[in-house]
Design a protein around this ligand. Structure first.
Ligand SMILES: [Mn+2]
Length: 314
């Protein structure tokens, strides 16, 4: 968040905006969480943990930071949830329009209203892959449509929304929910084909919004509302790898890390998972990337963006 710092302590030559293919935007916002406060501390805990990661990924045999990772200034607007969402929307869109692979780290889940809005404006036929313990489909909550409990209400109406890992919701959310596109945790536990069943329903362009409380509290206790019966690490990685392999993931956000001084493994898990997603995105596709020129895009995985011409495509 300090601009003199780089993401994960990478050398400055890999942290410049002009040559970076990846942008990380921290959004330390926690205005509406209902139970445990602290998601505003999430980005700093995530960044601190990231500085202690080893940057070679064994599985993909890659060092994704060499694609360039620009750590943007944190978005600190907190006069209202709506104002925060506006800034997140505008800043996210600004970096998408510079052909960056844009990622956002929250903060509570209401930030995703802004990120999803930006991606949906920039990419055709967007699917939103919502990985979460909670349905987050309320039209409004406690008087606001910008509450964390409303995180994907708009996406449900404007994108192809797939919900995975859900195990807590209000009965009123049922009427907003598309039962064919919701994968409840109790059903996933007895359906060995759930990963393929989800991916089959995703369109080519996919934005992932990852609420860390989707993970089982035994591996991710540091979140605002830990719900039993969540995803474990290797099944999560297997699923994400399949999504990145089979679809054009155009960006992602990760939310709801609520750090605890005495429990650092959650912070580290978030950092590793985040880095793993970048590794999946960029591994095995490196030959198709240019040398980082902002204005040239020969990445076939972004060719469906509304803002790109087909001129220099193959
Ligand atoms: Mn949640």
């Amino acid at each position: 968040m300090n601009t003199s710092k780089t993401f994960a302590g990478i050398p400055q030559e890999f942290g410049n905006l002009s040559t970076s293919k990846i942008v990380v935007i921290p959004v330390p916002y926690d205005g509406t969480s209902t139970w445990q406060k602290g998601a505003d501390k999430g980005p700093q805990a995530f960044l601190d943990a990231a500085e202690n990661m080893e940057l070679y990924d064994i599985e993909t045999d890659s060092e994704v930071y060499k694609e360039g990772v620009y750590l943007a200034d944190a978005i600190i607007e907190n006069s209202s949830a709506e104002a925060m969402v506006d800034v997140v929307h505008n800043v996210t869109k600004k970096y998408i329009n510079r052909n960056k692979f844009v990622t956002v780290f929250g903060g509570e889940h209401s930030i995703s209203i802004g990120t999803i809005r930006a991606f949906n404006e920039c990419f055709n036929n967007l699917s939103v892959l919502h990985i979460d313990a909670h349905a987050d489909l309320r039209k409004e909550y406690e008087g606001s449509a910008y509450n964390h409990a409303c995180a994907v209400y708009e996406a449900n109406n404007t994108t192809n929304l797939l919900q995975v890992g859900i195990r807590s919701m209000d009965i009123s959310e049922k009427r907003n929910m598309n039962p064919d596109k919701v994968f409840f945790a109790h059903e996933m536990s007895v359906n060995e084909d759930w990963m393929d069943d989800v991916i089959d329903q995703l369109t080519e362009n996919v934005f992932i919004t990852f609420d860390l409380d989707a993970l089982d509290p035994s591996i991710m206790p540091s979140t605002g509302t830990p719900e039993p019966g969540g995803l474990f690490y290797y099944e999560t990685l297997e699923f994400l790898k399949s999504v990145f392999d089979q679809r054009n993931v155009v960006g992602f956000d990760m939310v709801e890390l609520c750090p605890n001084e005495n429990e650092k493994s959650s912070d580290f898990l978030a950092a590793k998972l985040f880095y793993k997603m970048l590794s999946y995105k960029f591994s095995s596709k490196e030959d198709t990337y240019d040398n980082g020129d902002d204005n040239v895009d020969d990445n076939p995985f972004n060719k469906l963006s509304k803002f790109k011409n087909d001129d220099n495509d193959f």
